[in-house]
Design a protein around this ligand. Structure first.
Ligand code: MG
Length: 378
């Protein structure tokens, strides 16, 4: 792996919160990636909702397959730009570790339960998982990841939470939200790879589910262009192969656009090292036309898929499950696993416990505690 001067170099890492001797053959970022893959939270992603509830079908994306697709896209872009592939892989595989069961519906419900109690943000929770909640090592809580991996995991953070984190860890991963600088180029890249991944796979899952049609998505210029080109080159192509060929072309166009637009920006800014890149404003980017096209696709998916009446119906029930679980554990903490029940800040412990659940564990617990069966698998 040849690293560009502006790439994150493991030899110049800002290190781990608990110092550790280097590994004999792996860099610190490889080691972070390996710790993430072996974590409990990572294995739970396989039973957590991305958009479609986990039990609605075996072929829909889960948080796990989404994270693997983000890692694939991020690595494909990192290599030609000379960025650190191990770091982008670590960030991509960890970026959704803090997600609740039932996707954004679960996160919104948990945030509402935690109003006035510190709130709940899934990005912050991802950091909390790797910093505190994983229990694997004798000497410390969490996975003790490198600064650069943690910086990438904390993708967004409200000002009030950033101020709090800054007090606990001065000059640490939250500082950039207060001083307006950017994270490493690898972290910037994972953000875009996340967007590219869900735009593409939600078209696939949306059409597979029957909630949207290929003809409908073909009205969106970005997808429509590639669908028309696929049809022109392969007049007999239809059904799933036409869908996949169109998505493949769209993915390639987005990936090559990010590589070209980012190269152009790197040439203009010429950051001498990773810290100069952090100070230079956003660098990893789409070209303006593709940024607008991507936003239009996101808007389409929001209006036609994420807000589809059938998705909204499951959203309402999922929020009810999370709210009921929160109230049940809050009033009866002994119903939680022992480690959570013993925590002094009970609402936070309940939020940690509920956020860590897979969809199906949450449903089982909900039935056990309330006697009601919601979102039953068909
Ligand atoms: Mg994601």
């Amino acid at each position: 792996m040849t690293l560009a001067p502006y790439a994150s170099d493991p030899a110049r890492s800002r290190g781990r919160r608990h110092p550790e001797a280097p590994a004999p053959t792996r860099t610190d970022f490889q080691r972070d990636r390996d710790r993430i893959v072996h974590s409990t939270a990572f294995r739970r992603l396989v039973y957590k909702t991305q958009v479609f509830l986990n039990h609605e079908g075996d072929l829909f994306r889960t948080r796990l397959t989404h994270s693997i697709e983000v890692a694939q896209l991020a690595r494909s872009i990192a290599r030609p730009l000379g960025l650190n592939e191990d770091l982008v892989e670590a960030i991509a595989l960890a970026h959704d570790l803090g997600h609740t069961p039932f996707g954004h519906a679960g996160q919104d419900a948990l945030n509402a339960c935690m109003q006035g109690l510190g709130g709940f943000e899934h990005n912050l929770q991802s950091l909390r998982v790797v910093d505190r909640l994983e229990e694997r090592y004798p000497a410390f809580d969490g996975l003790n990841l490198s600064f650069e991996t943690r910086e990438g995991i904390l993708k967004h953070c409200s000002r009030v939470h950033a101020q709090h984190l800054e007090q606990v860890e001065p000059g640490g991963v939250a500082r950039r939200f207060l001083d307006g600088t950017q994270p490493s180029l690898e972290a910037q890249l994972c953000n875009l790879a996340d967007e590219i991944a869900y735009n593409a796979h939600d078209i696939d899952d949306g059409v597979r589910s029957g909630l949207i049609t290929l003809e409908q998505v073909a009205q969106v210029p970005l997808f429509g262009l590639h669908c028309a080109q696929a049809r022109a080159e392969h007049p007999d192509l239809q059904g799933r192969r036409l869908l996949y060929e169109s998505i493949r072309r769209m993915l390639s166009a987005l990936v090559y656009d990010v590589i070209d637009a980012t190269r152009e920006r790197l040439q203009a800014v010429a950051p001498a090292d990773a810290d100069a890149a952090r100070a230079a404003g956003p660098i990893v980017r789409f070209s303006e036309p593709l940024r607008e096209a991507s936003v239009a696709l996101k808007r389409f998916l929001f209006a036609n898929l994420y807000r589809h009446p059938r998705v909204m119906e499951t959203t309402t029930q999922a929020q009810e499950v999370v709210r009921d679980l929160f109230e049940a554990y809050r009033s009866r903490p002994a119903e939680m696993q022992a480690g959570f029940a013993a925590q002094p800040d009970r609402p936070r412990a309940v939020a940690d416990y509920v956020a860590g659940m897979t969809d199906r564990f949450a449903l089982r617990e909900h039935e056990r505690l309330t006697g009601r069966k919601l979102l039953a698998a068909t």
